[in-house]
Structure formats: structure tokens, C-alpha cells
Design a protein around this ligand. Structure first.
Ligand SMILES: Nc1ncnc2c1ncn2[C@@H]1O[C@H](COP(=O)(O)OP(=O)(O)OP(=O)(O)O)[C@@H](O)[C@H]1O
Length: 242
């Protein structure tokens, strides 16, 4: 369970998160949607302290992430994050990418970490690529590797920041299928995406964010058929006309 209370964040004068209150229950999938610059990425990044916040509280299963220090790496491991740009280590194989965190942070023995990594690579459909380097994989395969790497830490929650935006259309589905599978398995997930099919299929909640505020919070059905605010309706009509 992730709880944000009165979260505020500034970049200089710019107030990017304005008193955000949001609860993501265990096993819940929340899709965050909204216009560019509304604060969606910053919200994600603040949850695992990639961005420090300027006020408020963020709790992951009741624990507050410390600002820095040894504990941060360990607690940050509870919050898996998948970025638009994959962020794999270029000079490590896919298997090494996936085992690095468990060995270094979770102190798992190498053989056990490799066994678990191969199971995860199997699950995301790229076990055959384990010994390859990221550049030898397609974008969709790299993103599935990035998901396996995050899962290897046995996170309590997974954050996805536009995970399919950098992918060719034919690869989007394979990544969304992996994410839908995770959702069905009960993973707690916060997903910034404009993939409405995914939101309808997998999310319990849609959060519409604009100008650093949560403008609407509703079920996917409510949001897509009967958005309450003009702002959300305008946004939806724009993305639907694309
Ligand atoms: N490191 C930074 N320094 C200064 N300003 C930043 C920084 N990161 C983001 N911003 C600004 O904060 C605001 C919110 O950005 P954010 O990336 O969170 O929005 P977003 O909703 O994810 O947008 P997009 O859909 O385009 O990714 C924007 O105005 C952005 O320009």
C-alpha cells in the first residue's frame, strides 16, 4: 500500500506537485493520465525518492523512505521502477542486469540470484536473450528485461513511467501483456500511460493529473465514459482523436 499525504514539490518557483493526497491499496493498479507537464513523472519519481519532496509524507507499506543513506537503497528496492527509456546497463548482459540488484542490495547468493532471474526472464518471454547485451535486443525485449530487473528485487510496488512510449507499435502489446499479467497476479502498480486499453483492462483506478493537481480520481469506466470535469473531457477528446 502506498499513501501520499499533502505531497508538495517545487522546481525553483514552479509548483509541480500541489498538495497531493493519494492512496494505492495493495494489489491495486492505478493509471495516471493527463497533459504533458502536469507532474505525472515527478509523482512517480517522488515515490521512490528519485526526486526529493518539499513537504508531505509518502509511505510504502507504512514505511517512510529516508532522504538518504544506507537504508535508502534497501527501501528503494521495495519500489521497482520502469522508465520510458529502459535504463539497462549497456555493458552488462541481460542476466547480469537482472541479478545485480538482488546480489548487491538484497545480498542473494549469485547462483540463487541467477536461478530467480532466469525464472523472471522466462516469465517475461526473453529467457533466450539472457546472455545478450541490451543493444542486441529489440526495444520491447529491453523493456521486458527492465521489468524483470525491477521484479527481481521483489518490490512491494511497481512504478511504470510511460513504459511503452518509446516503443514501435508492434512492441507495445508485448510489454502491455506482461504488465497485464503482473496486474492479474496482484502486483500493486502505478502506471503513467495513455494506453487506454490497458487502463480499461487492468486498472481499478484512473487518476487524471493536470497542473500538479489530481483533478479527478475514478474507475476507468467512469473516467472514459463519464469524466466529471471539462478539463478531463477535453483531454480525452484530444487523445481519442489521435
Ligand atoms: N528536473 C527538473 N527541473 C526543473 N523542472 C522540471 C524538472 N523535471 C520536470 N520539471 C518540470 O515540472 C513539470 C512537471 O513535469 P513532469 O515531467 O512531472 O510532467 P509529466 O506530466 O510527466 O509530463 P510528460 O507527460 O510530458 O512526461 C514540468 O513543467 C516540467 O518542465
Amino acid at each position: 500500500m502506498v499513501v501520499l499525504e499533502h505531497v508538495n514539490k517545487y522546481f525553483g518557483e514552479l509548483h509541480v506537485l500541489k498538495d497531493i493526497d493519494l492512496t494505492i491499496n495493495r494489489g491495486e493498479v492505478v493509471v495516471v493520465i493527463g497533459p504533458s507537464g502536469g507532474g505525472k513523472s515527478t509523482l512517480c519519481r517522488s515515490i521512490n525518492r528519485l526526486e526529493p519532496i518539499d513537504g508531505g509524507t509518502i509511505l510504502v507499506d507504512g514505511a517512510k523512505l529516508p532522504e538518504e543513506g544506507k537504508q535508502l537503497a534497501r527501501l528503494r528496492a521495495d519500489v521497482g521502477m520502469v522508465f520510458q527509456s529502459f535504463n539497462l546497463f549497456a555493458h552488462k548482459t541481460i542476466l547480469q542486469n537482472v541479478t545485480l540488484g538482488p546480489i548487491k542490495v538484497r545480498k542473494v547468493a549469485k547462483a540463487e540470484a541467477e536461478k530467480q532471474a532466469m525464472e523472471l526472464l522466462e516469465r517475461v518471454g526473453i529467457a533466450a536473450q539472457a546472455e545478450k547485451f541490451p543493444a542486441q535486443l529489440s526495444g520491447g525485449q529491453q523493456q521486458r528485461a527492465a521489468i524483470a530487473r525491477a521484479l527481481a528485487m521483489k518490490p512491494k510496488v511497481m512504478l511504470f513511467d510511460e513504459p511503452t512510449s518509446a516503443l514501435d507499435p508492434e512492441m507495445v502489446k508485448e510489454v502491455l501483456d506482461v504488465m497485464t499479467g503482473l496486474a492479474a497476479d496482484g502486483m500493486t502498480m502505478i502506471v503513467v500511460t495513455h494506453e487506454m486499453g490497458f487502463a480499461r483492462r487492468a486498472a481499478q483506478k484512473v487518476v487524471f493529473m493536470a497542473d500538479g493537481q489530481i483533478v479527478e480520481e475514478s474507475t476507468p469506466d467512469e473516467f472514459f465514459t463519464n469524466a466529471r470535469t471539462e478539463r478531463a473531457r477535453d483531454f480525452l477528446s484530444k487523445i481519442l482523436s489521435h
